[in-house]
Design a protein around this ligand. Sequence first.
Ligand SMILES: *[C@@H]1O[C@H](CO)[C@@H](O)[C@H](O)[C@H]1NC(C)=O
Ligand SMILES: *[C@@H]1O[C@H](CO)[C@@H](O)[C@H](O)[C@H]1NC(C)=O
Length: 204
Amino acid sequence: MALPGGTSLHLALFLSFLITLPTAHLEDVDHSLYAHTENELRRNILINQLAIQELLRQVKEQKEVSTTCSHPERCCPDPFFPVNEECFFINKEKQNWPTANATCHELDGKLAEPDNVIVLLEVLRQKLNTRNNAWYWLGARKYSHAENWTWPSGRPIKHWHSGQPDQRPAEFCLMITLGKITPVYDYFCDHEYESICEYMDEGI
Ligand SMILES: *[C@@H]1O[C@H](CO)[C@@H](O)[C@H](O)[C@H]1NC(C)=O
Ligand SMILES: *[C@@H]1O[C@H](CO)[C@@H](O)[C@H](O)[C@H]1NC(C)=O
């Protein structure tokens, strides 16, 4: 019984040895070193992505047990914190807008559409203990210059920084900075920033 299995295993090992053996040449050394580094980089990125997915999974599982409540009685599932009637979460992974949106959805949220940007901003400044120019994606996005800026609910967007939206080509995603009194900017959706998620509990 052991013999045929063992034989085919050895054959497979021998064949894979033959396939991988003769490719390295001296003149390839630099190139193969580079490829090695790039592979390691890809591998590290993958490991980090898996770690983030695992964290998100743990966060979702905790959601049923642990909540933070405000007055009057607004309870937010972890990791969200209450601001008046709303629940927010600071996603500290720097991601482009579509990825940040997907991360919020994985947490049963969406990119934030705060009732009041200025109130949220003040809470973020206190929580993060900074008024530096930190930038965060929020939940409004356009697809063309022909569209007017609104929140997904249709409300107009207020508190634009002076000169904003400046509508440079493809500045179609909305962000705020902690460093300005009027904090709202349009910016390039493919750039990577931290973001603010809001818990979605409409209809529950
Ligand atoms: C945000 O992500 C969700 C879930 O992946 C997706 O259904 C939705 O279309 C995205 N929103 C935008 C504006 O891209
Ligand atoms: C955008 O707003 C302007 C000014 O209020 C209005 O005239 C125009 O019809 C709006 N465009 C769209 C696509 O809603």
